[in-house]
Design a protein around this ligand. Structure first.
Ligand code: BDP
Length: 710
């Protein structure tokens, strides 16, 4: 090796070991070099040398301590033992019988009495990998001890990301740059990011991914692309991440040369069976298909007079011999009746008619990832059909790549909602994990917010939403507060700022935990929804009413403001969407005074002078909510600026700048909505509140050029 090369290597190693990386957010929450770890915590590791979990631990240990964790043939005092039930050292610990009900992904982390030995044990290597990442998290957050006794297994079987990535590298509703999947380079060239992606997902328990957009190109299933998918699957496999694909229902016609894609046509069936065979030959652990059919103009079985059942079952039959599943989306709505009711009406009648390898993927709310929605009434309504929640990690309707909005509290609210499907206590958390009606398998999806930006997610705090999704998919009972704590400590800690430094992290945690409610306040409080600007869904456009456009894509359809009041009457005297919920929830939503105020304008058309619980009129309350949203964002700016000495310069500056935009946007939202609704209420904004700083006419002229179709 030449002298300069050697110096280069040494420099590189020093940088690696001292943790002097650029603080661009690329290391996500896996910043092991920043953890403060006593080198003598473990004396060595007892594990199979070629096992990935042990390797991952070893790498992290190197980063944390700057030294190698030596391998031991047999445990001694302070050893770390990492192994499956087949390893002799695990057998000797007596843990094996405790792993009986841990399944393929569960694990135990236990300190053995006496000589401070720590054991990570599981039935399979997948379980072991999750166990190792749990142990690392404990060390990173300074929660490790020699008195551990942890037993975990995931609540959902399939915990998957849905990438809405197109084959040309663009991402539908993506705000972090282009796609990380480099289709034009694959399969020859493998980006190093694929493995980093796999590691990050495994570290939070995500075990599956759909690589392409639900608005799927038929190209995806060509031989050429399946080979590219195979190359990605090969990188993800060691991290126990299975690959799925979104498919276009017209594929047999588009790329198969058939005259039809009718699901009952025997040539069409054969085409799909052959296609499945072709895929599984290259990707033996391929997960299956995600399908958006007869939705927003996409093809589907109804084009041939067939039903969703016909379409889903045909695909299920093709995948069945290989163990694949079909995730069939319930996101369907045709212009006509109240959009809120459509998915329920279309799907609940099919209960019990799907094959046992079909699962219906349902968005958390009945419309479309609005800042706040009541849960979709399909949850709990389908008793004999597995359902999986679809959450949106990418912030399409929540400030996109710019606003700081931590989504865990919103998802927690969803999991805690009671469907009353089998009486009180039928929470979504239970319904969707097969604890109310048995489900052969369970799953949960999150629409990814990942792109090729250095920090992966566009906004540094958007990483917390990826992290939170993984943690909740593992266990939907973890509190938002715990998730925020874990994430902040791992993501922002540095050698000088310890997790115990409350002054640094507490205000940031408070900011995160209130940030969703804040966004709801400055965008759409009290049950307002879908008053976004046409196409891009970033800013406000409550006045938007384009002649000839689909009414259910227009804000005026949703808010129904008039001289009497505001909101959509979905009670028994209106569209009667309330009737899709079980008693007593339907009655609670139906009553003006019993309806939770956070959903008031979702279910009721409310007079401007209606008295709210605060004693204010609806109009005044609306003004207060918008104003509160603005004030809160300003508080966040203060919190952030005060934490300057806790955060590295680069991430500090980047978040600071985004908060400034968010603060201006909040005022934009408030002024736009209040000035517009004021043209109906004809009442003054309460005089103790800040005055608008915009003219309504100017706001109406804003046209952001952000693209997109609806
Ligand atoms: C909406 C998005 C649109 C998606 C659609 C879907 O605006 O881009 O294609 O949902 O989920 O949220 O299919």
């Amino acid at each position: 090796m030449s002298g300069t090369k050697k110096t280069g290597l040494i420099l590189w190693l020093t940088l690696l070991l001292t943790g002097a990386y650029a603080e661009d957010g690329s290391r996500l929450w896996l910043r092991f070099s920043e953890a403060k770890v006593d080198k003598t915590l473990f004396s060595g590791i007892v594990s199979k040398t070629d096992a990935l979990p042990a390797k991952e631990f070893g790498m992290a240990w190197n980063e944390m301590t700057g030294s190698e964790l030596k391998r031991q043939a047999a445990p001694s005092s302070k050893s770390l033992i990492v192994g499956t039930v087949n390893d002799k050292h695990i057998k000797q610990t007596g843990i094996v019988s405790d792993l009986k009900n841990s399944g393929a992904e569960g694990y135990i982390i236990r300190s053995l009495k006496g000589d401070s030995v720590t054991v990570v044990a599981a039935n399979t290597e997948a379980g072991l990998l999750y166990g190792v990442f749990h142990l690392l998290r404990l060390i990173q957050t300074e929660k490790f001890s020699y008195q551990l006794n942890i037993k975990e297994k995931p609540l959902y079987d399939v915990r998957l990301l849905n990438h809405w990535d197109n084959l040309d590298g663009t991402i539908e509703r993506g705000y972090a740059g282009h796609s990380i999947w480099k289709w034009n380079e694959l399969p020859g060239k493998i980006s190093p990011r694929y493995e980093e992606y796999a590691r990050a997902n495994a570290s939070v328990g995500i075990n599956a991914t759909v690589l392409n957009n639900v608005n799927a190109s038929p190209q995806m299933l060509t031989k050429e692309y399946i080979q590219k998918v195979q190359a990605i699957a090969n990188v993800l496999r060691p991290y126990h991440i299975r690959v799925f694909l979104s498919i276009n229902f017209s594929s047999p016609k588009e790329i198969g040369g058939l005259p039809t894609s009718d699901p009952l046509d025997k040539n069409v069936k054969k085409w799909w069976s052959d296609k499945a065979k072709e895929i599984y030959k290259l990707i033996p652990d391929f997960g299956g298909f995600l399908v958006k059919a007869n939705s927003e103009g996409l093809p589907g079985p109804m084009d041939y007079g067939r039903t969703h059942v016909d379409g889903a079952n045909m695909l299920a039959d093709a995948l069945k011999p290989f163990g694949g599943i079909v995730m069939w989306r319930a996101f369907v709505y045709e212009p006509g009746d109240d959009r809120v009711k459509l998915a329920y009406n279309e799907f609940h009648k099919f209960d019990g008619m799907f094959r046992d390898n079909v699962i219906i993927q349902v968005k958390n709310g009945p419309i479309d990832f609005q800042p706040r929605e009541p849960f979709s009434p399909l949850f709990g309504a389908m008793k004999k059909t597995p359902l999986m929640p679809e959450l949106q990690i990418t912030q399409e309707y929540l400030g996109q790549g710019t606003h700081l909005v931590f989504l865990a509290p919103m998802w927690q609210e969803f999991f805690e909602d009671d469907t009353f499907a089998r009486g009180k206590g039928s929470f979504i958390a239970k319904v969707t994990t097969g604890n109310i009606y048995p489900q052969k398998f369970t799953a949960i999806a999150g629409v990814a917010n990942i792109g090729e930006d250095a920090n992966w997610c566009g906004h540094h705090f958007a990483q917390a939403n990826w992290y939170a999704f993984g943690r909740l998919a593992w266990n939907n009972q973890i509190s938002s507060e715990q998730i925020a704590d874990e994430w902040i400590t791992q993501t922002f800690q540095n050698k000088n700022k310890r997790p115990s430094d409350k002054n640094c992290w507490l205000p940031i945690k408070k900011m995160m935990l209130s940030s969703h409610e804040t966004a709801v306040d400055y965008m759409m409080p009290l049950g307002l929804h879908h008053i976004f600007a046409w196409t891009h869904h970033y800013g406000p456009e409550p006045w938007c009413d384009i002649p000839g456009a689909r009414p259910d894509w227009l804000p005026v359809y949703y808010h129904r403001a008039d001289s009497v009041g505001l909101g959509y009457n979905r009670t028994t005297t209106g569209s009667n969407a309330v009737s899709q919920y079980y008693t007593p929830l339907n009655e609670e939503f139906n009553g003006l005074s019993s309806c939770p105020e956070k959903y008031l304008l979702w279910f009721h058309h409310v007079p401007w002078n209606y008295r709210m619980k605060s004693g204010r009129t609806l109009w005044d309350e609306l003004c207060y909510r918008y104003d509160n949203g603005v004030q809160q964002v300003r508080e966040y700016q203060k919190i952030w600026d005060k934490s300057e000495n806790c955060i590295d310069a680069q991430r500090f500056a980047e978040v600071q700048s985004k908060l400034r935009t968010q603060s201006r946007d909040a005022v934009w939202w408030k002024d736009a909505c209040l000035l517009y609704f004021q043209t109906f209420s004809k009442q003054p904004i309460p005089y103790n509140l800040e005055r608008p700083v915009h003219e309504l006419d100017d706001l109406k002229k804003i046209k952001l050029n952000m693209g997109h179709h609806n």
